[in-house]
Design a protein around this ligand. Structure first.
Ligand code: HMG
Length: 438
């Protein structure tokens, strides 16, 4: 690594504030399973899921994203004119040409001197945006401003298909800045990309198509690749830090790494892209197996260590995924929101890993440190309150809502977030801000 690159690494960059949002309507997956003639245990045990958020006709990727972003800015105390880059990641695009991000730009009152665009790589899009924002800040181009990265999606499959149980809807908004208050990102990260047809949505379809079993294999293969690349990247950055004369012979974590410690010994938590909670379980077992082999640990101790690690380092952060379902680009960041809100104070200063997977496919494994004092900003997220404020639908209501066209009906005041899709006229989408945003 060049000296210039390590200077960039030393800039403290990461997530300063985090907002999340999910529709006010939800469906019990046990009810849905029963209605489809499926054993409810397949959902609760086989997939590890509980409830899915249902997007009504007044919500789309713009409204969900704007609601999450408005919460991140207002609750995080970030002024609109501090934002110099707005990225919106979605695979639920509302137009083939006009980016969803420009609607947020207007709704949030962001300055005209703000670069903005929409980006896509299935569920990896949100992480792609985070990495673009991080590089923008590390490069010095931000000139003291912050980036707003929004990940917003509605996961829809055909009614009656096996993937129907893995739907959901929601958004996460990340304010990315120097001197972040929540999570400082480490420069090391591992990436994996490969062209596969595991999940896709042709331009004329609202519902995604998926080769379900194959998609699980693709996810795990991508995790293997990203993990191997992460170790290469981590070794390179640790070496460069030592060469640059840190003087102490590396940090405690780097010394542990050199001494042969699996990641689960070093890190406090692992967050995974979670299409359904059992996927995170499968992923963590795979990561633990790989780490065990890497460091030559005794094979007979793996099973118990992996289960213990899953229970303490993965499972506690899956609550939003279990209650909201798949939120595609936002899924990983809903896990971060839950971790920060529930345990941010206790884990301040600790390092965590995040694994992002997007079908098609591209994946990234990266790490960051929860900032000292992060409990204060984490307490503003309000994820648990969002879950409590939802109304459960019957299966019949869910099916009827799925047939309604976007913008065909206005929400009751308590059903909307920061804004709603009021109408589509002459192929133009009209959004209205709520009088008293939730
Ligand atoms: P399926 O055929 O409905 O279910 O597909 P299954 O038969 O594989 O059963 C699922 C689990 O339930 C199995 O557990 C069964 O044993 C268990 P496992 O063997 O895997 O541990 N089971 C039961 N357990 C207890 N009691 C019972 C019972 N019956 C069965 N009675 C599948 C499931 C997830 C494939 C399907 O829902 C699907 O296609 N979902 C969408 C695709 C998906 O989520 N893929 C995940 C990886 S790809 C990804 O994450 C990217 C994505 O987010 C998109 C993007 O990037 O944009 C999807």
């Amino acid at each position: 690594m060049s000296q210039g690159a390590s200077d960039r690494d030393r800039r403290e960059v990461g997530i300063d504030a985090l907002g999340v949002y999910t529709p006010r309507l939800a469906l019990s997956l046990e009810d849905l399973a029963r209605a489809r003639g499926i054993a409810p245990e397949k959902v609760t045990v086989g997939l590890g899921a509980h409830t899915m958020a249902v997007a009504p006709p007044w919500e789309d990727a713009v409204t969900l994203g704007a609601s999450a972003a408005a919460r991140a800015l207002a609750r995080g105390g970030v002024a609109a004119d501090e934002i110099g880059l707005l990225l919106l990641a979605t695979e639920t695009a509302v137009d083939h040409a006009k980016p969803a991000s420009i609607f947020l730009h207007e709704l949030l009152g962001l300055p005209t001197s703000c670069r903005t665009f929409e980006l896509k790589h299935a569920c990896y899009g949100g992480t792609a945006g985070l990495m673009v924002a991080t590089e923008w800040l590390r490069s010095g181009a931000a000139r003291g401003r912050k980036a707003l990265v929004v990940a917003s999606d509605i996961a829809r499959y055909d009614i009656g298909s096996s993937a129907e149980l893995t739907q959901g809807a929601g958004a996460a908004a990340l304010v990315v800045s120097e001197a972040p208050r929540l999570l400082r990102l480490d420069p090391a990260s591992g990436v994996y990309a490969s062209q596969v047809y595991d999940f896709w949505r042709p331009l004329d379809r609202r519902e995604a198509l998926v080769d379900g079993k194959f998609s699980l294999d693709c996810y795990l293969t991508a995790l293997d690749g990203a993990l191997a690349d992460y170790h290469r990247s981590h070794a390179g950055h640790a070496g460069a830090t030592r060469d640059a004369g840190a003087g102490s012979g590396g940090s405690a974590h780097e010394r542990e790494d050199a001494a042969g410690a699996p990641l689960a010994d070093r890190l406090a938590a692992f967050l995974y892209h979670t299409p359904f909670p059992k996927m995170a379980y499968k992923a963590h077992l795979r990561l633990m197996e790989s780490e065990w082999r890497r460091w030559g640990r005794a094979a007979d101790l793996l099973g118990e260590a992996a289960e213990r690690s899953y229970s303490g380092q993965v499972e506690p952060w899956l609550t939003m995924a279990r209650q909201v379902g798949n939120t595609y680009t936002a899924s990983l960041y809903l896990c971060l929101a839950w971790l920060a809100e529930q345990q941010g104070r206790a884990l301040a200063g600790r390092e965590i890993a995040l694994f992002s997977y997007g079908s098609g496919c591209c994946a990234e494994l990266f790490t960051g440190h929860l900032q000292p004092g992060c409990g204060e900003i984490a307490a503003t997220i309000g994820a648990a309150d969002l879950l409590r404020a939802r109304r459960l639908l019957s299966v019949e209501e869910y099916e009827a809502l799925s047939r309604e066209a976007g913008g065909s009906r206005a929400p009751e005041p308590h059903e909307a977030g920061f804004c709603h899709l009021a109408a589509i006229r002459d192929h133009k989408r009209i959004y209205e801000r709520a009088a008293c945003p939730a």
